[in-house]
Design a protein around this ligand. Sequence first.
Ligand code: GLU
Length: 280
Amino acid sequence: MSRFPILRFAPSPNGELHLGHAYSALYTAAKARELDGRMLVRIEDIDWLRCKPAYAAQIFEDLAWLGLEWPEPVWRQSKHMAAYTTALDRLDRLRLLYPCFCSRKQIAERAKNHDPDGAPLYAGSCRLLTSADRMKRMVAGEPYALRLDMRKAMVAGGRGITFMEQGEGETGRLAIAPERWGDVVLARKDIGTSYHIAVVVDDAAQGITHVTRGQDLFAATDIHRLLQVLLELPQPVYCHHRLIGDEAGRKLSKSADDRSIRSLRDLGVTPQEILQELGF
Ligand code: GLU
């Protein structure tokens, strides 16, 4: 049975919207129209150290200025932290998580490789700690992140996990390779959760059928599909779109680093010009 198409534009309010975000929002709205579905807006504000309500307000204003509409109330991740903790607890009960006490510096020094985002690949040092050691350090109040034991998770998830890609790059049913991410962090030291956990929990909770987002998150889909299998969540279709680089920005605005929608509006650029420049 096919589900009613629900798509989402999910910005993080940690800065102003840029042309890349505008493209993502317009792409999502166009896809929703094409599928005869609906576009939701979701505010991804789990990172209270960097997200600001003023940015969220600016995002809504810019989206409306671009001519977009979405149903209210808007889902804000900061209001759903308990659901992310529940998902983490479930993975913990499956014995797929372990605490990691390493500092950034230690991680970088011990890394022999990089993950698909170019960050140092975690060497797994804390995976080898004894439970007594872990307990001692946790009781002493040492801060820790929770990492997914990738080898165990892949065994638990089973072979042959794939996803359906219908975006602007390679399309079709694609295989995942989550091992290239190593033991990813699923609960950050500072905020107690992570983008990966929040995104899969919310996409399921909101009944998202099509995940539209930039190509920069293509490789992260490996982690998301594995988590969906482990947490028994439905799988959406993925539509990764091209990224808008400096070129479009330079054409539209006077200086290359002055590309926020806000600044383009201040320069007198119209929504029609932006839509046209982005190919809508
Ligand atoms: N919040 C993410 C961003 O602003 C998007 C996450 C997603 O679409 O999966 O890049």
